[in-house]
Design a protein around this ligand. Structure first.
Ligand SMILES: Nc1nc2c(c(=O)[nH]1)N[C@H]1C(S)=C(S)[C@@H](COP(=O)(O)O)O[C@H]1N2
Ligand SMILES: [Mo]
Length: 388
């Protein structure tokens, strides 16, 4: 039996009026807004995690990172249905035969090339971001540096794409959504729903995507956020990413031999948790804002980091290494920049919401600072070491 030859579809095989620039431009506008917010908030998040900060990342407002990173994950999630609808609406263009004229062909190759980069970059960013916020790491590369590099490539391709398409975008957006001026000649058959209906469904899908994820950050939405990965309760009403068991710190953290040490050059002061508790205690309401988009506010009580640094006469503006009991893992130690170390709200916390810190929240002591990414709020702190 002969198998029929595989027929590559042609642009003219796609006849639905729904696949129109009128739809693409409208969905694209919102997709562009989402990508713009994602890019800007992503730059903020990346910078906040840099060890070297020529311009110090501000410590105020304390909820700043909570908002920017919440926006980052929410707009990224909303972009998923928008990107799918947009790709569907332009899919037939993939099968347009290349022009014969060499100059036109060259332009076409350039344009399609930039679109290929944009599509690949957009899919990579959304897929890797979603996987990351679900704490699923099916890759071996560094998420942060790769996501950051591809962000620049994607946003560059996006700018080129908008510039090239500007006449069509402008024309399509300023005419009625049912207008056929920018349609492909073969797109003449009515779709199962109207263009307005398709757009409404798309906005609804993006809205649902926002609702099911935003609850990780917006307390009122927590109940509807079935996909909010960390929306469940942790001890003391604050979620947990890495448990003491997962970090393998439980024996050291509960040992009677635990001592907290603050060191500056030759000077060192060590104390027990009880001695820390005997010092002046300060309470601050500060959020844990994870890079994955979830966040939760807590009342933290403990000793001001600046007070501890004064014990060893560390100069103002000193940078501090925060070392934990954890023996391996990327977050076992972090750098606390001078402006964070000196801020009155930065604490070595011993209690959360009126109770001694739970082991999973960093018992015997953890760092908590305003406007600092959750990933740098080091738990199970053993030592503060002044480095400059
Ligand atoms: N030592 C150590 N501290 C850590 C981590 C870690 O893996 N090890 N995870 C960080 C991350 S990613 C977040 S979001 C916060 C979460 O704090 P919580 O578990 O008390 O909510 O802790 C941070 N502190
Ligand atoms: Mo985190």
């Amino acid at each position: 039996m002969k198998t029929p030859p595989v027929k590559i579809p042609e642009d003219s095989d796609f006849r639905s009026r729904l696949r129109s620039a009128a739809v693409t431009a409208r969905v694209g506008t919102w997709l562009g807004i989402c990508f713009g917010i994602c890019f800007a908030t992503g730059l903020i998040s990346h910078y906040s995690q840099n060890v070297s900060q020529p311009i110090p990342f501000p410590t105020s407002p304390s909820w700043g990172y909570r908002v920017t990173q919440g926006l980052h994950v929410i707009t990224g999630t909303a972009a998923v249905p928008l990107l799918l609808v947009k790709l569907w609406s332009v899919y037939p263009r993939l099968f347009i035969r290349p022009p014969r004229d060499v100059r036109k062909l060259l332009l076409e190759v350039l344009e399609r090339g930039s679109i290929a980069v944009l599509v690949a970059g957009a899919i990579f960013q959304l897929a890797s971001g979603l996987a990351n916020s679900a704490q699923w790491y099916p890759w071996s590369f560094s998420f942060r540096s790769t996501h950051y590099a591809i962000a620049w490539i994607t946003i560059g391709a996006l700018v080129v794409h908008i510039a090239v398409k500007l006449p069509i975008i402008r024309g399509a957006l300023t005419s009625d959504v049912e207008d056929t001026t920018y349609d492909r000649p073969s797109a003449t058959e009515p779709g199962p729903i109207s263009r307005r209906g398709l757009l409404r469904t798309t906005w609804l899908a993006a809205g649902v995507a926002v609702l099911v994820t935003a609850g990780s950050t917006v307390p009122l939405l927590r109940k509807v956020s079935v996909l909010g990965v960390r929306s469940g309760d942790g001890p003391q009403d604050v979620p947990i990413n890495k448990s003491a068991a997962a970090a393998k710190v439980a024996p050291a953290a509960t040992s009677a031999a635990y001592r907290f040490t603050v060191a500056y050059g030759e000077q060192e002061v060590s104390m027990t948790r009880d001695e820390l508790l005997a010092m002046e205690q300060t309470t601050e309401t500060l959020p844990i804002a994870c890079v994955e988009g979830w966040s939760a506010s807590g009342d933290w009580t403990g000793v001001r980091v600046r007070t501890l640094l004064d014990l060893v006469d560390a100069p103002k503006g000193s940078e501090v290494q925060v070392l934990s009991l954890q023996e391996s893992g990327p977050y076992k130690h972090t750098v606390l920049q001078g402006n964070f170390a000196d801020d009155d709200r930065t604490l070595l916390a011993l209690a959360l919401n009126g109770e001694p810190l739970a082991l999973d929240h960093g018992y015997p002591a953890r760092l908590i600072a305003p406007n600092r990414p959750g990933v740098l709020q080091t738990k199970w702190v053993a030592r503060l070491e002044v480095t400059t």
